[in-house]
Write a protein that binds this ligand. Structure first.
Ligand code: HEM
Ligand code: HEM
Length: 170
């Protein structure tokens, strides 16, 4: 069945994901590279680790919906452009998955989820913590680039008359 827009569940999950990802990217890089008080850095790390851990099942549900729900009809006439849009979106899913996986695997301390529950570190060897930390930074940079291109593409589509935004709005 050909539909014109995303279903409300996908729309809700898209905007929850966008809010979480944009906040964690900006605040994470901000405290990592700018001069902030140690207490602020610890607070942001605490909130972000807890929030992104809770985000993991949300993200899995979102990916499941992409695989199971009917795809909205493409706004592109050319097969080549349809493929580019598909690959770009697929890339955002895979990059987010690597960011989440590397985040969990780099943890050398307990993952404390707002004091509600905690998850023990998956790995104990500092060598692998360091490898996954590097993978986390690299995949975060890639995700930041991908999200910027994604927002730029949405803007360009809207400006050239292809109304993509309304497909992701209620
Ligand atoms: C959408 C998911 C995520 C995004 C966008 C994200 C983003 C970031 C960014 C931008 C940084 C700063 C990197 C740097 O130092 O250059 C960072 C650091 C970090 N991330 Fe993530 N992250 C995500 C998920 C996770 C998860 C699931 C965990 C662990 C459960 C995690 C644990 C950490 C830790 C421990 C740091 C170092 C901060 C510190 O302890 O001081 N991240 N993250
Ligand atoms: C202000 C920020 C954002 C805007 C305006 C926006 C807008 C949109 C729009 C209009 C679509 C539908 C494209 C279509 O018609 O096919 C879309 C899809 C998508 N967006 Fe965003 N987005 C934003 C942020 C993000 C962020 C931060 C992510 C995180 C990775 C993201 C990931 C995706 C993905 C993966 C899809 C494809 C959905 C699918 O087909 O399953 N977006 N976005």
């Amino acid at each position: 069945m050909q539909v014109q827009k995303y279903c409300w569940q996908q729309i809700l999950l898209h905007w929850i994901s966008a809010t979480v990802i944009i906040w964690v990217l900006i605040s994470g890089f901000y405290v990592a590279y700018l001069n902030v008080a140690p207490a602020t850095r610890h607070f942001v790390a605490f909130v972000n680790v807890a929030m992104t851990t809770l985000f993991i099942p949300v993200f899995m549900l979102r990916w499941l919906l992409r695989l199971t729900r009917p795809k909205p009809r493409s706004l592109h006439d050319h097969l080549k452009h349809q493929r580019i849009a598909h690959v770009a979106h697929e890339g955002l899913y895979w990059t987010t998955a690597i960011v989440l996986l590397s985040g969990v695997l780099m943890m050398d301390r307990v993952i404390d989820v707002f004091g509600w529950f905690s998850i023990a570190p998956m790995l104990s060897n500092p060598f692998w913590h360091n490898v996954w930390f590097k993978a986390h930074i690299a995949s975060c940079l890639l995700l930041a680039l991908g999200v910027s291109l994604h927002i730029g593409a949405v803007l360009l589509h809207e400006l050239s008359g292809r109304r993509v935004l309304r497909r992701m709005l209620p």
